[in-house]
Write a protein that binds this ligand. Structure first.
Ligand code: OFO
Length: 171
């Protein structure tokens, strides 16, 4: 059985993952609006990843006999200053999520909840990958100054991303 404190923190994280999904869907709309279909696709895949992250928490709370409490999702931004800004904001956001996951891990340790620690390790590893992937894209975009033929080629690559439910695999 989950302790109340752990249950509350997991419920907050479900909300944070849905917020992330909504955030990336908004970025997808922005990218589509500025003619970057590849980046729009990348963000839409990211949106689906976040939904999968949320559902993994959702299922876990239920599996541990806890109560899922879905809260309202607060408003997300819908304007950015170009494609480099979009990915820089993505990285900043993922760094915040990493700290949320680390805080959750701290709670699991404090509550001596070994099962939650084991469960959360998946997210700790996933965040390393999330940040690294975004950092690579920012580096590429900066190389071409976020424009011209270079941007055209990067956008094509971003268009190749397909959704793979990483919650079903072991990192
Ligand atoms: Fe769920 O990792 Fe991104 O936000």
């Amino acid at each position: 059985m989950l302790k109340k404190r752990m249950e509350d923190e997991l419920n907050k994280q479900i909300n944070a993952e849905y917020w992330s999904a909504y955030f990336y869907l908004s970025m997808s709309a922005y990218c589509a609006g500025v003619g970057l279909a590849g980046a729009a696709n990348w963000m839409r895949v990211q949106y689906r990843e976040e939904i999968a992250h949320a559902l993994k928490f959702f299922d876990y709370v239920i599996e541990r006999g806890g109560k899922v409490e879905l809260k309202p999702i607060s408003e997300v931004p819908n304007e950015w200053n170009g494609i480099i800004d979009v990915f820089e904001e993505t990285l900043k956001h993922e760094q915040i999520v990493t700290s949320l996951i680390n805080n959750l891990m701290d709670v699991a340790i404090e509550e001596k909840d070994h099962a939650a620690k084991s469960f959360l390790q998946w997210y700790v590893d996933e965040q390393v990958e999330e940040e690294a992937n975004v950092k690579t894209i920012i580096d590429q975009l900066q190389m071409v100054d976020g424009k011209g033929n270079g941007l055209f080629m990067i956008d094509k690559d971003l268009g190749l991303r397909v959704f793979v439910d990483s919650t079903l695999t072991v990192n």
